[in-house]
Design a binder for this molecule. Structure first.
Ligand code: MN
Length: 323
C-alpha cells in the first residue's frame, strides 16, 4: 500500500525567532507524537522524515535587534527600528530552502512544519527554484505583509509574504540571501491569494492594496461561504489551471476556539469545517505539491486541541476525504 501516491517529506523547521514567544519550536515534535507520519502513510504515501533541521534557537537575554533607520519619507523623523534575530532567521531560512529544494527535486511533497511563519521565507523560495510554476495560497488571520519599515514589532514572522514578493530592500540581514538568490522575485502578486485574514496593520494594509495580491478576508467568507470563495481564489491565481499550488497554512487562521495553541490569536476565524474545506478543495485539484503548517505552539495549547487539528488539516491537504 505504502508509496502508491508518491512520497511526503516531513521537514521539521523548529524556528521560534521570528516572533517573541517560546514553544512554537516544539510543534514538529508534537505533531510527530500525535501520529502525523502514520496518518499520512494511511493515505497511501511513503513518508520520509529525517527529523528536525538544526536551526538557530538561542534566545540570548542580552540580544539587541539589528538596528536600521527607515528610509520611508513619512518616517523621516528617523526613528531607529530593529529587526529581531534577522541574522538567525535568515540563516535558518537558507537551510530550510536548501532542504525543501532537495526534496522537491526528488519529486516529493515537501511538508514543512514550523516553527513560526518566517520559515516560509525558506520553504517557498526553495520550492520555487524547482517548481517556478506555482501559485500560492496563504491561509492566515494576518497579512504577513509588513516590511522592516512598516512593522510595528520588528518580528520577522509578520513579513514573509511581503519579502517573497520583493518588498524588502537589499542589504538588510535576513533578506540579503534571498536578494542574492533571486534578484527578481519568482513569485508575483497575481499568483498569490490570502484567505482568512481579519487583522492587518495599517502600513501592511496599504502595501497589500498597492501590491495587488488577491485578498479574501473573513468578511468575504462570512458573506459568500468558503466554497465559493475558494473557487474564486483558485480561479484568480491560476486562471489557465497550468500552475501547481503551494499552501502556507498558519494555524491562527482558525478560530481560537478550534486552535487556542498559537501565539497571535484573533477572534472570528475559520470554523473547523471551513479549515478542512479549504484543504479538501486544494487536494481535489490534484495540483497541490507542497505545504507549510506553521505557528502551532504546544506550550499554549489546551488538551492538545491545536496539535490534533493541525494533524487532521494536513491529512485533508493530502487527500483525506469524509466519504
Ligand atoms: Mn502567518
Amino acid at each position: 500500500m505504502s508509496g502508491e501516491k508518491g512520497a511526503v517529506a516531513i521537514i521539521g523547521a523548529p524556528l521560534a525567532l521570528g516572533q517573541s514567544l517560546t514553544g512554537v519550536e516544539q510543534a514538529p515534535q508534537a505533531l510527530r507524537q500525535a501520529g502525523l507520519a502514520q496518518a499520512i502513510a494511511e493515505l497511501g504515501y511513503e513518508v520520509i522524515d529525517e527529523g528536525d533541521l538544526a536551526l538557530p534557537s538561542a534566545k540570548d537575554e542580552s540580544y539587541r535587534p539589528h538596528p536600521f533607520v527607515s528610509l520611508q519619507p513619512e518616517r523621516t523623523n528617523q526613528i531607529p527600528r530593529g529587526l529581531h534575530y534577522a541574522y538567525e532567521v535568515g540563516q535558518a531560512c537558507r537551510l530550510i530552502a536548501q532542504e525543501v529544494e532537495r526534496r522537491a527535486v526528488k519529486g516529493c511533497f515537501p511538508l514543512t512544519l514550523g516553527g513560526d511563519h518566517s520559515i516560509a521565507l525558506g520553504s517557498i523560495p526553495g520550492l520555487l527554484r524547482v517548481r517556478p510554476n506555482t501559485a500560492l495560497l496563504w491561509i492566515d488571520a494576518h497579512g504577513d505583509f509588513n516590511t522592516p519599515e512598516t512593522s510595528p514589532s520588528g518580528n520577522l514572522h509578520g513579513m514573509p509574504l511581503a519579502a517573497l514578493l520583493g518588498y524588502t530592500r537589499p542589504g538588510l540581514p535576513c533578506f540579503d540571501w534571498l536578494h542574492e538568490a533571486q534578484p527578481k522575485p519568482l513569485l508575483t502578486p497575481d499568483r498569490v491569494a490570502l484567505v482568512g485574514i481579519r487583522s492587518l496593520d495599517s502600513g501592511e494594509r496599504h502595501l497589500l492594496r498597492q501590491a495587488g495580491v488577491h485578498v479574501y478576508s473573513m468578511s468575504a467568507i462570512d458573506r459568500y461561504g468558503i466554497g465559493p470563495i475558494m473557487e474564486r481564489a483558485l480561479a484568480a491565481i491560476n486562471p489557465k489551471e497550468e500552475l501547481g499550488y503551494h499552501v502556507s497554512f498558519d494555524i491562527d487562521a482558525m478560530d481560537p476556539r478550534e486552535a487556542p495553541g498559537t501565539g497571535t490569536t484573533a477572534r472570528g476565524g475559520l470554523t473547523y469545517r471551513e479549515g478542512h474545506t479549504i484543504l479538501e478543495m486544494l487536494a481535489a485539484t490534484g495540483k497541490l505539491g507542497s505545504m507549510d503548517l506553521v505557528e502551532v505552539n504546544p506550550k499554549l495549547d489546551h488538551d492538545n486541541l491545536t496539535v490534533s487539528l493541525a494533524t487532521e488539516l494536513i491529512a485533508s491537504a493530502l487527500g483525506k476525504a469524509i466519504f
